[in-house]
Unconditional design. Structure first.
Length: 261
């Protein structure tokens, strides 16, 4: 297969088909050849964007515990030949890094201008799914997720809130995956605390899950972090649009909430 970019305007997320003016069209999903993945073996590597856009990086840690430093924010934003460039704030690319060694660990490190979150130490015979999101004109947020650490949301639920006042979301509403706000006028909505999110079934350090907030009426919605929850990126959702927030458990009852779009 060749390399190409797909602009996604409808994506299934926690069981919902999500569409909208500005929900997911910013996420660049690549379809790359997996017949020729990038192979690494040194204990210290600086990964290039050209390697990232291959979609899959295999690191054999046979030489010992290793550290791979990801590209700088400037390199991610510039992309490769304007094909994989992150043109707008909220644009993202995704790739996978696998530690195919039998014994030693692999640690991910951030390049200049990048902030790295999630499960950063990759044990032997394990992998991480990595999402890189442009947050400003010269910075990116990078989320590394163990695909086996995601909590199970068995029954996705749409929560509709029409109150013309700021709201405090419950952990159950957030775990449902989709909140529709029918507010009139701009509102500030409070996210649950880290302790409340940490009590959800299946949550462990390294777990991650997504929440869509749809401002379906005439006002903007600004999300506020609760105690133990740190927001990353611009958490304001314009009227008539939807935003995606990825929650990552970084320590017991402690979460990063990364605004993806």
């Amino acid at each position: 297969m060749g390399e190409k970019v797909e602009k996604v305007s409808g994506v299934f997320l926690n069981g919902f088909n999500v569409t909208g003016t500005d929900v997911f069209p910013k996420i660049n999903r690549r379809i790359d050849s997996l017949n020729n993945p990038v192979s690494l073996s040194a204990t210290t590597n600086t990964i290039t964007v050209e390697q990232v856009v291959k979609g899959y990086i295999l690191h054999d840690t046979v030489a010992g515990a290793a550290t791979d430093t990801l590209p700088s924010a400037a390199a991610f934003i510039a992309g490769v030949s304007n094909v994989y460039s992150l043109v707008n704030n909220g644009d993202s690319i995704e790739f996978c890094i696998a530690n195919i060694g039998a014994t030693n660990s692999l640690t991910l490190a951030a390049g200049s201008g990048s902030t790295l979150f999630g499960s950063l130490v990759i044990p032997a015979n394990s992998r991480r799914n990595v999402t890189v999101t442009r947050t400003t004109s010269n910075t990116v947020s990078i989320i590394a997720v163990d695909p086996l650490d995601n909590p199970a949301v068995v029954n996705p639920t749409v929560t509709s809130i029409a109150a013309n006042a700021g709201q405090t979301y419950t952990a159950a509403q957030v775990a449902g995956g989709y909140i529709t706000r029918g507010n009139t006028g701009n509102q500030n909505d409070q996210l649950p605390t880290g302790a409340q999110l940490g009590a959800l079934p299946g949550i462990t350090v390294g777990s991650s899950f997504d929440l869509v907030v749809n401002s379906s009426s005439t006002g903007d919605v600004t999300l506020l972090g609760g105690s133990g929850v740190t927001l990353v990126g611009g958490p304001t959702i314009s009227a008539g649009d939807a935003g995606v927030v990825k929650f990552i458990c970084t320590a017991t009852n402690t979460f990063k909430a990364v605004f993806l779009s």
